[in-house]
Ligand binder design. Structure first.
Ligand code: SF4
Ligand code: SF4
Length: 120
């Protein structure tokens, strides 16, 4: 992940806070280490809003599960491919938060934040 993509994700968190998913799937050998950190990890996954999320940042970023590492949403891909810059991407995140607060985010989330990964 590029530095800009990493910064976007650390300032977004929509794929961690329950806006998009009910849980992050875990590999069998990921459950115990996460549980040892005090997180509610089970074979069913890591529930969202994720207990490791602090604001919009992942507090275990270097040790996050494989499904979190692999998740690439359409906005992150657009940033990586130079279709939008970081400020534009953060504006899309801000719009998503405003729409979520208004209860009308569905289409916006589908257009920008759904993933290309089948893991979630
Ligand atoms: S929804 Fe996309 S931009 Fe936001 S944290 Fe997840 S992968 Fe990053
Ligand atoms: S472990 Fe980190 S990256 Fe994965 S869902 Fe939780 S906060 Fe998000």
């Amino acid at each position: 992940m590029t530095g800009a993509a990493s910064e976007l994700c650390q300032r977004c968190g929509l794929c961690c806070d329950g806006s998009l998913f009910a849980r992050a799937p875990l590999l069998p050998d990921e459950v115990a280490p996460l549980a040892a950190r005090g997180l509610p990890a089970t074979a069913a996954g890591l529930p969202q809003p994720c207990a490791a999320l602090e604001g919009t940042r992942c507090s275990i970023y270097a040790a996050r599960p494989a499904s979190c590492r692999r998740y690439t949403c359409l906005l992150q891909a657009a940033l990586a491919e130079g279709e939008v810059d970081l400020d534009e991407a953060l504006a899309v995140v801000a719009e998503a938060r405003a729409r979520l607060a208004a209860g009308e985010a569905g289409e916006h989330l589908d257009r920008h934040f759904r993933g290309r990964s089948a893991l979630r």
